[in-house]
Design a protein around this ligand. Structure first.
Ligand code: ADP
Ligand code: MG
Length: 454
């Protein structure tokens, strides 16, 4: 899906009012009846219907008349509400190029008035795993207001809360700047995912352009360059639109080259050290792999991607912990030929200590408990919300590739209005967040921020 922020310029106050009304309606309806939208937005002279058409044209809404005439927000519609709110708060003023595609997120560069560039992560839960969730619906059955909006918002809130707390505890994570709806704003990491350190990079200078501009070409080249038996598209996916660092382009005499770390074992130790220190703080990352570890030219590590983190008191904590450790060991031994032999089975105590440093045992770590609960509740995250996102994460382990958001099927639902009158009365103050000045500027394809032409 393309995020065309130019559309933002053409949206009026009424457009945002109606978009916000649909969002409110989605608290109780996956498809919000048109009359309800009209009632919440209360524009004069039937104005709501005209606006709905306009929003539909810009793909900010999805129309569904299978059971009744109704609408729901698309990801794009939800993006615009979040972006508009953050722009009005002065967090950023322009949106730039896309710098990452995660399993369930899109990452863009954004910049503020001072020209500081930051990263914007838009969570897209349901993009790949909605069907998996649907098959595991038992836990969601009783949620009248369940929707992907809710889950994406929870993922963003959790990620933001964790990034902030981890930073305060001295972990190398991006600086958490702000959060709204499903959108997290954080500092831009000046490195590249560790995965790039073993991917073969094509040498040709001209291709450099394509690396930046044509995602398909990157995909083809990288997969081709990985060689037979290694064509794991699934594994490659998060890497694709990440701009490749120029320094990785090898010399013309050597068409393919693997980028090497300067001090592989120090980097390895640092990474394992972070897993252990997280556990000491009561946490397990749960997706600790070469895609979520960023590394810069000085081999400084930054950890990203926190929505799936769990507490060390989770019933599967040890399994998650071991999986994170194994993943790193496997990556380093396979890609950097780091040898771990002879460490694991030695029985004397020195060898034990050494082997613990390579492959730490969950049982021998002095773990703090309560970190998760404390930090999350401090950020306004309720226990119920924690449980919901955790259940989603567990259901989401079985991803079904190829499904997209337009294939989301709707639940049987109650079409009567269950929104409180007080919600509707408060609607004006909600909409004042979306005043239509301060619109974001567009960015050129090359990523440079263009001056507002207006
Ligand atoms: P997902 O949860 O969908 O896997 P991630 O948070 O891992 O999303 O982000 C996907 C990709 O986007 C990363 O692999 C990385 O290349 C890029 N990225 C994410 N956050 C940042 C950041 N703060 N700075 C620079 N690049 C980032
Ligand atoms: Mg990731």
């Amino acid at each position: 899906m393309k995020l065309d922020v130019n559309v933002l310029r053409y949206l009026s106050k009424d457009d945002f009012r109606v978009l916000t009304a649909v969002e409110m309606g989605m608290r109780n309806h996956e498809i919000v009846p048109a009359e309800l939208i009209d009632r919440i937005a209360s524009l004069r002279h039937g104005g709501t219907y005209k606006v709905l058409k306009n929003l539909l044209k810009h793909k900010l809404l999805h129309h569904d008349s299978s059971k009744y005439d109704g609408f729901r927000l698309t990801y794009l519609g939800y993006d615009f509400l979040a972006i508009k709110t953050l722009v009005n708060r002065g967090v950023f003023s322009s949106v730039g190029r896309q710098i990452g595609v995660g399993k369930e997120s899109d990452i863009f560069e954004v910049a503020n008035e001072d020209g500081t560039v930051m990263a914007m992560k838009l969570h897209r839960l349901g993009r790949t795993s909605f069907r998996a969730v649907k098959s595991k619906r038992d836990y969601l059955k009783h949620r009248s207001s369940f929707s992907w909006l809710y889950l994406s918002r929870l993922a963003a809130l959790k990620e933001f809360a964790f990034m902030k707390a981890l930073q305060e505890h001295g972990f190398p994570v991006p600086n958490a700047i702000d959060c709204n709806r499903h959108c997290v704003i954080m500092s831009l990491v000046q490195g590249y995912p560790l995965i790039l350190y073993w991917t073969f990079i094509l040498e040709h200078a001209d291709l450099n352009q394509h690396f930046y501009n044509d995602q398909n070409l990157i995909k083809r080249n990288v997969i081709m360059a990985m060689g037979p038996g290694e064509e794991k598209e699934k594994e490659m996916h998060p890497l694709l639109p990440t701009p490749l660092p120029l320094m990785s382009i090898s010399s013309p005499s050597n068409p393919l080259q693997v980028k090497q770390l300067q001090s592989t074992d120090i980097v390895f130790e640092k990474i394992i050290g972070i897993i252990v220190r997280l556990a000491e703080h009561g946490l397990i990352h749960c997706d600790f792999n070469e895609f979520n570890i960023m590394i810069d030219d000085d081999e400084k590590i930054t950890i990203i991607d926190f929505p799936q983190m769990v507490s060390v008191s989770h019933r599967n904590a040890e399994m998650y912990f071991d999986r994170d450790v194994e993943c790193i060991i496997k990556f380093f031994s396979k890609r950097f030929n780091l040898s771990f032999e002879g460490n694991a089975d030695d029985s004397d105590s020195d060898a034990d200590a050494e082997s613990d440093a390579v492959k730490p045992r969950f049982s021998s770590i002095k773990k703090a408990s309560g970190f998760l609960d404390k930090e999350l509740s401090a950020s306004g995250f309720s226990r119920k919300e924690q449980e919901d996102i955790e259940k989603f994460n567990e259901g989401g382990l079985k991803k079904i590739p190829g499904s997209d958001d337009e294939e989301i099927e709707e639940d049987e639902e109650d079409t009567s209005s269950t929104i409180n009158e007080s919600d509707i009365q408060n609607f004006d103050s909600l909409c004042s967040l979306t005043k239509d000045d301060d619109e974001p500027k567009a960015c050129s394809k090359s990523g440079e921020v263009e001056e507002d032409q207006q």
